[in-house]
Design a protein around this ligand. Structure first.
Ligand code: FAD
Length: 412
């Protein structure tokens, strides 16, 4: 893919941010702008590109930016939630940057779950090789025959048999399934709903992908492209009792924690993509001659610039507000749902305008815009569709009013 190299990432300290967070932004931008973006057009078949990749990873580790989401004892740098969120925005400038910083879904989400819920033995066996980049993982929750937006409908079962769990079911859209050495699989561990509700009947298991009965049916093509989103049959898959992560019934709670933080990271990622699209669009408007003038002189195009500016700023302020609340331990479930709806839609609008400004080149693969446009649309479904999050926002607001309170936008 021959991307337009017409992008310069410039980052300045943000007044009021803690010095260490500003420094992390500047260091991240330095590596992305000066070392990674210049490689965007390089071929991975070249030995020199592979060597450059390794030397960038070494520099990221030396500058203590590797795996910002993980504690130092597991090979990360524990940079804090807000710093990681700001980093994601910059990493999104270039598709190949995140893996070079050790933050790539679904591995990073699985790592967080293992840090919190795994036993010391499980951490040694599954987490540490994953952080070192020696293994790959996937997250297997959604099922073709049950509504993914209602996780209580999961039917894949895990039943104890002697010293093993026996897993049966069918999943799909298990991203990275093709490459994974193990899957973190959400299962129903009891049939009846019982006390505590159906959420407490869900448990998560590690299933090595070479276990008999683990069968990849296909990689589901997305937007006409083959990817790594796998449909998988689990047929009498037997794993040791030790492969449960956390205790029985903790699967739903662990998934919610993972998805909450993940949504903030995804949104910062989307904001980084918007920023790159905006940068490409503005430069194109300044350079492109049309009808005896430049595109930048046309009011339609000025409107695109202004609308995109507002979409990006609104997305950033909402997401950073949410990250800030989470860093301070405030319950931010409503804000998480709000950004999960707003940011992908804003992302889609910004990229769509940028494509329009580029004309035919915008839908070609000579810029990253076409890929971003498809990605933005997908984000309105993955990790919970818009409608489900809007229902949650309205429910939380209405509950508060029924309690005789109003909504305090600064805190709630
Ligand atoms: C690219 C991609 C990658 C993914 N990666 C993973 C992964 O790695 N692991 C994994 O487990 N899953 C993954 N998913 C699955 C994703 O989480 C689900 O697609 C999502 O949760 C929605 O579930 P569903 O597709 O079954 O839609 P359904 O639940 O069938 O919903 C369909 C539509 O119904 C509407 N709807 C749903 N509920 C309501 C309601 N209460 N009121 C009104 N309307 C409603 C919404 O418009 C929704 O889009 C991925 C999906 C995509 C697209």
């Amino acid at each position: 893919m021959a991307f337009d190299p017409n992008s310069v990432l410039t980052v300045q300290p943000i007044p009021g941010l803690p010095d260490e967070v500003n420094q992390i932004r500047l260091d991240t931008a330095d590596i992305v702008a000066n070392r990674i973006i210049p490689l965007e057009n390089a071929s991975w078949r070249d030995e020199s590109t592979r060597k450059a990749y390794q030397s960038i990873v070494a520099e990221v580790k030396e500058r203590k930016l590797w795996a910002p989401h993980l504690p130092v004892e597991y090979g990360g740098n524990d940079l804090g939630f807000l710093s990681h969120a700001y980093m994601n925005e910059i990493l999104a400038w270039c598709g190949m940057a995140a893996p070079m910083f050790g933050v790539v879904a679904p591995n990073s989400g699985n790592q967080k779950v293992l840090v919190k819920y795994a036993t010391p033995e499980q951490k040694k066996k599954w987490l540490e090789p994953l952080v070192r980049g020696e293994t790959q993982s996937c997250y297997s929750m959604t099922e073709p025959d049950n509504a993914g937006s209602d996780p209580r409908s999961i039917k894949t079962s895990a039943v104890k048999d002697g010293d093993q769990w026996v897993i049966n079911g069918r999943k799909w859209f298990t991203s990275n399934g093709i490459r994974a050495d193990w899957a973190l699989v959400m299962c129903r561990t009891e049939e009846s709903d019982g006390a505590g509700g159906v959420n407490e009947k869900m448990s998560q298991f590690i299933v090595p992908t070479d276990t008999p009965g683990f069968e990849i049916v296909r990689s589901v093509p997305v937007w006409g492209r083959d990817g790594s989103h796998c449909e998988i049959i689990y047929k009498d898959v037997r794993v040791p009792l030790d492969n449960i992560i956390g205790s029985e019934g903790q699967g739903h709670a662990a998934a919610q924690e993972r998805l909450g933080a993940g949504r903030v990271y995804h949104c910062m990622n989307s904001i980084g993509h918007m920023w790159r699209a905006f940068d490409l669009m503005v430069k194109r408007a300044i350079e492109r001659d049309v009808y005896q003038g430049k595109l930048e002189d046309k009011q339609f195009i000025q409107g695109f610039i202004a609308d995109s500016y507002m979409d990006i700023q609104a997305s950033r302020l909402m997401t950073i507000h949410c990250a800030d609340l989470m860093e301070r331990g405030v319950d931010a479930r409503t804000e998480i749902s709000a950004i999960k709806v707003f940011v992908p839609q804003a992302y889609h609008r910004v990229v769509d305008r940028a494509i329009q400004v580029f004309g035919a080149k915008g839908v070609s693969s000579d810029t990253p815009l076409a890929g971003m446009w498809l990605g933005a649309r997908t984000l309105r479904i993955a990790d919970g569709p818009d409608e489900v999050h809007k229902i949650l926002i309205a429910k939380n607001v209405l509950d508060r009013y029924h309690d005789g309170l109003s909504w305090d936008f600064g805190v709630c």
